[in-house]
Design a protein around this ligand. Structure first.
Ligand code: ARG
Length: 269
């Protein structure tokens, strides 16, 4: 698996003006200025390591969570599957992202009306498979459209906890041979499925999961992760990863982290 290109969108108009997950509290003293500063620090560091082109999409007034640019689409091998948001608060982002990506030449498929699918938030590439989360945001049937559009197998997980509403909040592939996951986000059958995968697994502690440990990016042995992760980062350093830590406080108040801020266009080698 490799990344052809990456899309990001600055939090120019970001706001905490509604609550669609338990992390969001509009009275929590959210700072747009600090969010912009945190985003710029992260993206500058990421640019040093990312070999693929990073495209910066223009932010749009009124689309307050557009910085989580990938939450309505999954991109692989020149194809895009456009989803739709569970919550009307984010619905207007979808068409904007869709137009932007179609203009860049993606072959687009729209998920049928009425089916919710929250894109990159619910899809995690591992080897040649798409790991797919559903239940809190996406409809389970979206896996059918993932398989059909991309011709790849999916392994499907039902998200059980309100705080871990997207798969990318609870499961982090570190390499083809290593996956970290937070068991508290999954039921016993999905936990057994993860444990049965033919690779090593690291169990993420509750404390680390609440610090968005799983919402990280991994590139060439470098992990871009949130501050406040006490067990997983030392464990990964012991295993030879370089871990760079970032203060993502403002994005965490929205219920998001580093992975949600970068939309990857994948290619299975
Ligand atoms: N407030 C946003 C929501 O609830 C945060 C999205 C974070 N994105 C992600 N891929 N986990 O939809």
């Amino acid at each position: 698996m490799r990344v052809r290109e990456v899309f990001v969108c600055p939090p120019t108009h970001v706001a905490l003006s509604y609550a669609i997950n338990p992390w969001m509290d509009p009275s929590s003293g959210f700072s747009r200025e600090l969010a912009i500063e945190q985003w710029e620090t992260l993206i500058a560091a990421y640019r040093e390591v990312e070999a693929a082109p990073i495209h910066v999409a223009e932010a749009k007034p009124g689309l307050t969570e557009l910085c989580f640019f990938g939450d309505s689409v999954f991109l692989c091998e020149g194809k895009a599957l456009f989803g739709s948001y569970r919550h009307p608060e984010r619905a207007a982002e979808g068409p904007y992202v869709r137009e932007y990506l179609l203009a860049r030449g993606f072959a687009g498929t729209d998920i049928p009306a009425g089916v919710h699918f929250e894109g990159a938030g619910e899809t995690v590439m591992w080897r040649d498979k798409i790991l797919f989360g559903f239940g809190k945001r996406s409809h389970e049937v979206a896996r059918h459209f993932l398989r059909q559009t991309f011709g790849k197998d999916t392994i499907d997980f039902e998200m059980e906890q309100d705080r871990f509403y997207h798969l990318d909040t609870a499961l982090l592939p570190l390499s083809d041979d290593l996956i970290a996951y937070y068991p508290g986000a999954f039921g016993p059958i999905d936990t057994a499925t993860i444990e049965s995968l033919d690779c090593e697994k690291l169990v993420v502690s509750e404390r680390d999961a609440h610090a968005f440990a799983c919402n990280a990016i991994v590139r060439g042995g470098v992990v871009f992760g949130s501050q406040g992760v006490h067990d997983l980062w030392p464990e990964l350093r012991r295993r030879g990863f370089e871990v760079r830590e970032f203060d993502m406080s403002e994005f965490q108040k929205l219920g998001g982290g580093i992975k949600c801020l970068t939309l990857q266009h994948y290619e299975v080698a």
